[in-house]
Design a protein around this ligand. Structure first.
Ligand code: ADP
Ligand code: MG
Length: 386
């Protein structure tokens, strides 16, 4: 990662002249299990990955802000006093949204100075690994430091979440920001999205000789946002009809009543969320009692539920999962919101190449674009690098 720190320094100097005051970074994330449960007040189990977004930042003496990224040619400029969801579009809404959200969430920004910010990243964009949270969290920890706001990590989760929902305008839960801010080496973050309680759960992947292979299908669907909103609406409707505040309050025992009360589609949406919450709890228990070799079946079951009940998978993700399972993965599932993006497979280290070769072949045979594949390890959350 030290080259990326050099790169982000160099990029800053090239765009703005002068040396940055410091560099902060935050990781993307993989959700091990617990999909579409976060906005239902349920359980998730993500981990931060060793792909990060770096933010080089210097304070200014005026109230002006300039942001730039290795991803774009332009330098976006604005005054702190002009920041509002209406004034910024495109990628710059992520970093600037964080500055705005800090003000909304109680920090007094009336007298803080502006800043110059340059971003560089090796988190793949739009692959379901949350490059968006990586930016938000890198910028949030940077501004929290330089503006001496002293907000704790949990508050910064809220800031990133507000930036993405209210400034960028992308409806998402708190999973991504929680993983990016709270991640720990070789560990997952067990998050209760109702109480916001978090617990660090040892993964022990290395000790078990297991690798997490990410298979980025490269597929993005235009209707992803619409599909996500529709699923959220189904969950809310299901909860309302069943007389609960959120689907979190239901258990597997409630499903027979749900089947009698709900229409077929809403029932299947509800069944996914209820069983997925149970799978997260089972995964946490098995990780503690037996280690990661025991969780494969739960990953497989999660994928089936997302494919058949929640209907957010796509043929490319199904192919990635089935192929990985057939060629040596002990478990595999789509990860992230669905409608494209990535799958993950838990693979014994000595079988990783075999699985990759099989995936190459299967995608070619189906006429699908070659998937990008790489292994990830669970890494530390957002921090200052230099
Ligand atoms: P994901 O979070 O799954 O990668 P999103 O659609 O939520 O996908 O976020 C991707 C968006 O975040 C990009 O379209 C871009 O606007 C912004 N983004 C991500 N990384 C960077 C970066 N390094 N520099 C500038 N913008 C970025
Ligand atoms: Mg995102």
């Amino acid at each position: 990662m030290s080259e990326l720190i050099d790169d982000v320094h160099a990029g800053f100097e090239q765009r703005f002249g002068g040396k940055a005051d410091g560099v902060w970074s935050a990781p993307g994330r993989v959700n091990l299990i617990g999909e579409h449960t976060d906005y239902n007040d349920g359980f998730v189990l993500p981990f931060a990955i060793n792909r990060r977004t770096f933010a080089a930042l210097s304070l200014r003496t005026d109230r002006h802000v300039r942001v730039a990224s290795s991803f774009a040619e332009e330098v976006v400029e604005i005054d702190l006093d002009e920041l509002s969801p209406e004034t910024v579009q495109g990628w710059a809404a992520y970093p600037l949204g964080v500055a705005w959200a800090l003000g909304q969430d109680g920090a007094d920004l009336a007298a803080v100075p502006g800043f110059d910010l340059f971003l560089d990243s090796n988190v793949p964009v739009g692959a379901g690994l949350s490059s968006s949270a990586a930016i938000e969290c890198a910028v949030a920890v940077a501004l929290n430091d330089v503006w001496r706001l002293e907000l704790d990590r949990r508050a910064l989760v809220g800031v990133g979440h507000r930036a993405e929902n209210d400034f960028v305008g992308a409806p998402t839960g708190i999973l991504d920001q929680s993983a990016s801010l709270l991640g720990r080496t070789d560990s997952a973050i067990f998050l209760d999205c109702r109480s916001f309680d978090t617990e660090v759960i040892a993964l022990g992947l290395d000790a078990a000789g297991l690798e997490v292979l990410v298979i980025d299908t490269g597929v993005t669907h235009e209707h992803a946002n619409g599909g996500y909103a529709e699923r959220r609406a189904s969950c809310e409707a299901g909860a309302k009809t069943l007389g609960v505040g959120s689907l979190r309050e239901l258990t597997v025992d409630d499903l027979s009543r749900a089947r009698e009360t709900l229409d077929g589609e809403t029932f299947r949406r509800v069944r996914h969320v209820v069983t997925e919450n149970a799978r997260v709890l089972d995964t946490v228990r098995l990780l503690r009692e037996q280690g990661p070799t025991a969780i494969g079946d739960l990953l497989d079951a999660s994928h089936r539920s997302l494919r058949d009940d929640f209907e957010v998978s796509v043929p490319e993700l199904d192919l990635a999962v089935e192929t990985a399972q057939n060629y040596g993965a002990i478990g595999a599932r789509m990860t992230g919101g669905g409608f494209g993006g990535s799958a993950i497979a838990l693979v014994p280290g000595h079988l990783v190449s075999q699985v990759q070769v099989a995936l190459d072949g299967a995608f070619a045979e189906h006429g699908y674009a070659h998937p990008d594949m790489f292994t990830v390890v669970a890494d530390d959350g957002a921090h200052r690098d230099a």
